[in-house]
Design a protein around this ligand. Structure first.
Ligand SMILES: [Zn+2]
Length: 357
């Protein structure tokens, strides 16, 4: 594996060398961080206080600039990206292509704005097609299709609470990409990235792997500090956690590389973090089955018994949006338990209930 070895200083940030050496340095501190020759991380602030920022990765080569995940369409995001590019001697008009790992607003919507201003092409995973069509509908709400699932999961109250939630993104920003990517090599001239479908966080999520440089642009598939949400997308598949676990295994089977995540520091081993995530979900599946040993439960009831986030918070302490993510994620764990013969699911009056086997 080639280690990133840039050690220069650009703007406010100390570069490269490797970032994980100083975990006290907040990953979202504004600046430009050299990750590898011609590869730079620019954290862009997000309105969502929980996530802080999203990392745009700038691939700078003789044939222009490619941005992976240019972030969310907000004035701050636009300014930080432009400022970061300026530190590299570039301008947003030099961006010739945006590669987007998935259709969530904090990754996709700034790409559409950039295209409107300067015309770079946008590439997105083909399996996001239906979700994008649903979000682009003027009648869509952020929790639209999620509401129905919440009711089935036994969280009708929460569904009512969230009914008027709005994602703050103008509907007309959800334009189509220029290219729908599948499992394929993306030739950028000076480098080739393998676009690898990694369904789970969303149905059409892609990671981009630079084999020669030993880098994985992982989007939200593998995050260093948090576990990606499962089942939060307009077009929810049947078994999003099953998909996610298979996608983790796919990435784990490739030779190890540096991890370039969409949220968090760059770290030196994809394998190490995938191992932790696999362990997390194995442990979570065991925790999820425990309430079923006493009685039959809905997904919402099981979610209420579990602890959430790295701080192990109680379900009731979470805000409504996070409670929604928690219920959907619990439901995905329960369905994996059903697939593995550890639980049974029965639907009664439009509500799913789970029992241990
Ligand atoms: Zn994200």
């Amino acid at each position: 594996m080639n280690a990133p070895h840039a050690t220069e200083v650009v703007g406010e940030a100390v570069l490269g060398a490797p970032e994980e050496a100083d975990p006290a340095w907040p990953w979202h501190r504004p600046g430009v961080y050299a990750v590898a020759p011609g590869v730079f991380r620019i954290p862009l602030p997000l309105p969502d206080a929980g996530l802080h920022s999203v990392n745009a990765y700038v691939l700078d080569g003789p044939d222009g600039v490619v941005v992976v995940d240019p972030g969310q369409a907000t004035p701050e995001g636009r300014e930080h990206l432009a400022r970061g590019l300026a530190m590299l001697g570039r301008h947003p008009r030099d961006v010739r292509r945006c590669l987007v790992t998935h259709v969530h607003r904090d990754h996709y919507t700034r790409a559409v704005e950039l295209r409107r201003e300067f015309g770079p092409g946008i590439a997105l995973g083909r399996a996001e097609r239906r979700s994008l069509a649903l979000i682009a509908d003027p009648a869509y709400s952020i929790v639209g299709t999620q509401l129905e699932l919440l009711v089935r999961a036994g969280a009708a109250d929460l569904a009512r609470e969230l009914a008027d939630a709005d994602d703050g993104v103008p509907r007309d920003l959800w334009e189509q990409p220029d290219t729908w990517l599948e499992d394929e090599a993306v030739d950028l001239g000076s480098r080739v990235l393998d676009a690898i479908p990694t369904p789970g966080h969303t149905r059409g999520h892609l990671v981009f792997r630079d084999d020669a440089a030993g880098l994985l642009l992982a989007g939200d598939h593998v995050l260093p500090h948090i576990t990606p949400s499962i089942g939060f997308e307009p077009d929810v598949p049947d078994r999003p956690l099953g998909d996610y676990l298979r996608s983790l295994a796919r990435v784990r089977a490739l030779p190890d590389t540096w991890l370039l995540p969409a949220h968090g520091h760059v770290t030196s081993s994809v394998h190490r973090r995938v191992d932790e995530l696999q362990e997390h979900h194995a442990h979570r599946l065991e925790e999820t089955v425990v309430p079923l040993l006493e009685r039959t439960c809905t997904a919402a009831e099981v979610a209420g018994r579990l602890r959430w986030t790295r701080r192990r918070r109680a379900f009731e302490e979470l805000g409504p949006f996070d409670r929604m993510l928690a219920v959907l994620e619990t439901r995905s764990h329960l369905d994996v338990l059903v697939d593995r013969g550890r639980a049974r699911r029965a639907e009664d009056d439009g509500v799913e209930r789970y029992a241990s086997t």
